[in-house]
Design a protein around this ligand. Sequence first.
Ligand code: GLA
Length: 400
Amino acid sequence: MKKFLILLWLVVSMSVYGQKFNGLATSPPMGWNSWNRFGCDVDESLIMETADAMVENGMKDAGYQYIVIDDCWHGMRDSLGFIHPHPDHFPSGMKALADYIHSKGLKFGIYSDAGWRTCAGRPGSRGYEYQDALTYAEWGVDYLKYDWCNTEGLNPVGAYLTMRDALYKAGRPIVFSICEWGTASPWEWAKDIGHCWRISGDIAVLFDGKKGHGSWDSWGVLQILDMRNDIRKYAGPDRWNDFDMMEVGNGMTVEEDRAHFSLWCMMASPLMAGNDLRHMSEETQEILTNKEVIAVNQDKLGIQGFKCHQENVWEIWAKPLKGGDLALCFLNRGKESVKIEYNWLKEVIKDDLKGIHYRFIDQEYNVRDLWAKKDIGSTNQVFKRKLKSHDVIMMRLTKK
Ligand code: GLA
């Protein structure tokens, strides 16, 4: 009887109190987000055309799913407090837009903020969490990015927990993407709250450096890569470190775009394209749809990569993959080309966190170049290659 009562209490409390929807992001979420390229210039035709493009340009086929409208879709709250989209920019309403996106086999994402106003000054969800969650569920939302502007006096754990519970109560499985910029170390407390959490302030269209915006800075690809030490242990299925939406196709060189994409894949970051999918170059399309590189990001072990070798301006990042495979990314941070020489037989790559070691003297591996899309030999030969500035070589090693 006592056991039964405990069980009953557990079941009741589970349904009264919230929890996270588990199993929605067993690999890092992939999609598109409007902010990096379009900012506040969003409307329903852009979103519908982007969904069309994602299907037509091979991105859907490569695994991209979510079409996320970031800040500025909002109109006003009505007299009962319900939020409505901006009537001029989204005249057909969000339900119709969600239906359109779903009819393409894609999923629909939206943006709100834990504070009183969003970062661009639109109505935030503070005080309206349950009402907004219900509205999103009714519209058919599948993904919520939840920002942290205008939250003076709020506690991040409590604020994100409230929205998590609201989403759970609304009953529609929605990926919960925490955008708190890493200020309060969400990796330490958010694994049962959200499916991913931003680890940095905003990305810039910049490979190496930062851009000042008065009271805040945006960051280059390398700065975000280097920003946090020792948080890879927190990453895994349904709980990803989010390195921010991508700037591929927004103005960096092809080499930089390729490096940016490769590194986000190595770090098991969510892959949210941030460019104009309707008009992109062949190179951008090839980068965003390289299935062998994407497979490294989506690998079922869900292990975040780490730097395993450093030599002047070039270095190697490693990511253990299922089946004993290993992904490697040689990165040239420097402004000039470098000559790489790497003698596998003298090296052991160790992932001490996972207790996985790759000892090339004992085990020969086949080496595949994932950008050239061809096998380039084995670990019994010394690897030699010239690597351009800000470029990468990305490989998959498989036991012979
Ligand atoms: C913050 C977020 C960005 C974007 C903007 C929108 O800066 O970090 O990703 O959502 O707000 O205003």
